[in-house]
Write a protein that binds this ligand. Structure first.
Ligand code: N1C
Length: 248
């Protein structure tokens, strides 16, 4: 305990870096490139792991910039085939179940999304190690932390690459199915290109009445963001989880 206070490594309010971060990145990369998408362009997992590490190692964990991730993202841009893209907000597990049953893809089905899913990471100035004790929390410490900036910049690139019809799975059991402060609300919806069509699905817990609908104020707000960008919008509501997964 005296050591944490001494070094200050425990001063942040978020979870520390995932144990064996480098090893997990390398193993997931090998699995993805050899087993999950063996057909995809061959990628150098060692270079990807190194680019990931140099994005944040030895840096102030509250001073992340999008540029820090440029070389990593250029090694593996998060693009998916036209018309297969699925966004989600507060529906992660459901969205993944949905894409598994269709020929569709979420960000976690791209290499970098797959590598980072569920992990935590940050470094410390003057050290070449990850801080395994704590990392900055978005609310309590700083928004410009490496984890938040990673998902923001990756999500931005993912949304910019969308074409034809794309889908978003929203949580109809929340009072506001569309949250303008979420990554979908702040980053993805505002970065869709003109002429793309977004289909929103409001899905509520089976056996309960929905709490929001396509005519509610949160969805009207989403519609107005999209109108401003000339993105077409369709909305489907009142679907229970079971109905949604069965029809899909
Ligand atoms: O803030 P959200 O959801 O609206 O973000 C989801 C949205 C999706 O469409 C994804 O494309 O943004 C992308 N995305 C991820 O793929 C992702 N995987 C894991 C955003 N965040 C992701 N995470 C972590 O979950 C990350 O730590 C982020 O802060 C949460 C977002 O969850 P949310 O609020 O349900």
């Amino acid at each position: 305990i005296y050591k944490w206070h001494y070094s200050g490594l425990n001063r942040w309010h978020g979870a520390g870096s995932t144990a064996d971060f480098q090893k997990i990145i390398q193993e997931r990369c090998d699995t993805y490139t050899q087993t999950i998408r063996p057909g995809s362009r061959s990628r150098n997992c060692q270079a990807i792991r190194q680019a990931f590490m140099s994005a944040f190692i030895s840096k102030d964990p509250c001073k992340a910039t999008k540029e820090d991730y440029n070389s990593l993202i250029n090694l593996a841009p998060p693009t998916v085939p036209c018309g297969q893209q699925v966004f989600w907000s507060k529906t992660k597990e459901l969205a993944h179940e949905y894409v598994k049953r269709q020929r569709l893809m979420t960000l976690e089905d791209t290499l970098l999304g797959y590598l980072a899913d569920g992990l935590s990471w940050c470094g410390e100035p003057g050290s070449s190690d990850l801080n395994i004790w704590s990392c900055p929390d978005w609310k309590k410490d700083c928004r410009t932390n490496y984890l938040s900036v990673f998902w923001e910049v990756l999500s931005e690139r993912f949304a910019e690459s969308a074409c034809n019809t794309v889908r978003v799975v929203l949580n109809g059991s929340l009072e506001n199915a569309f949250d303008s402060m979420s990554i979908f609300g702040r980053v993805e919806a505002p970065n869709l290109r003109p002429q793309v069509e977004l289909e929103a699905w409001l899905v509520h817990d089976t056996g309960k009445p929905p709490s929001d609908s396509c005519s509610g104020s949160s969805i009207r707000k989403l519609k107005s963001i999209l109108d401003g960008r000339n993105v077409k919008f369709r909305c489907m509501d009142n679907l229970s989880r079971d109905q949604f997964l069965q029809r899909s």
